[in-house]
Design a protein around this ligand. Structure first.
Ligand code: ADP
Length: 255
């Protein structure tokens, strides 16, 4: 049985400050299909703050408000997932983790027992960072690195990141028309991993850098990461179901 972690970012899950229900449904449908194909799927999902904001529009630049919005939004988000998974007769579950779970063996082992049990019973664990109790320095901040830890410690061979971009390019495709897609990446340079968001930096934006850091972490553990579009799921479906690599970028040390 092949275990895979799928991470979906808030750009994909939200539209105009609301949860993008149609895209969520497409994702849920794909996960149900993957399960039918014999995959064990763990979902790492953002979107709690955005879901909270639809009920109570608190100023989002403030940490206390974001914590409150996450607390309001997390159950709403899970309710939407539950309703949509029900259409495909799949059970889902909520697992909230704080970053420090991965600091020592005991809590990791403890959490893994729960994840293994859920998967063994055909249930999809939906993981998010516990934003309400996370302390600033401990926070992964973005779910890219959290999902890389989830893949490693819960023993998935592959992490799939579904993003607003359809692949990793040799430079930011939103700024350079001649950016070329990288199909397979075996190694990342320090410059790529440390890149800061400056106008002259061709690897700019926290967005891609945290994904590269996730890929680097996993490649060092002999695991793989695949980055593809979360808006159009055809590439990820071909990759996982038909085993055909049309689009997206595979980060691997073995292929
Ligand atoms: P998400 O919210 O979907 O997780 P982000 O928007 O945070 O993703 O990060 C993806 C963004 O990173 C892209 O939209 C793109 O503008 C930017 N980016 C910068 N450099 C690159 C690159 N070399 N290849 C791909 N995307 C890049």
């Amino acid at each position: 049985m092949s275990r895979v972690v799928i991470k979906v970012g808030s750009h994909v899950l939200t539209e105009d400050g609301m949860i993008a229900k149609r895209r969520m449904l497409a994702l849920v449908e794909m996960i149900s299909l993957l399960k039918a194909e014999g995959y064990e799927v763990i979902l790492v999902s953002s979107g709690a703050v955005a879901a909270g904001y639809t009920k109570l529009p608190l100023e989002r630049n403030n940490v206390a408000n974001r914590q409150a919005l996450a607390a309001i939004g997390q159950p709403l988000l899970l309710k939407m997932y539950q309703e949509q998974f029900e259409i495909f007769e799949v059970f889902c579950s909520q697992v909230l983790l704080s970053a420090d779970v991965f600091d020592s063996e005991k809590p990791i082992a403890h959490a893994k027992v729960a994840i293994d049990t859920l998967l063994a019973n055909g249930v999809v664990p939906i993981i998010n960072e516990n934003d309400t109790v996370s302390i600033d320095e401990l926070v992964f901040g973005d779910n890219d690195r959290l999902s890389a830890h989830v893949a490693h410690y819960f023993d998935a061979a592959l992490l799939v990141i579904l993003s607003d971009i359809d692949a990793f390019y040799d430079k930011d495709p939103n700024r350079y028309d001649d950016a070329q897609r990288r199909m397979v990446v075996n190694q990342l340079s320090e410059a790529e991993l440390q890149a800061e968001h400056t106008p002259n930096n061709e690897f700019a934006t926290g967005g891609i850098v945290t994904k590269l850091q996730a890929a680097d972490f996993l490649m060092k553990q002999n695991r793989e990461m695949y980055l593809a579009s979360g808006f159009d799921l055809s590439d990820v479906k071909s990759f996982l179901i038909d085993k055909v690599h049309n689009g997206g970028t595979l980060f691997t040390t073995t292929r």
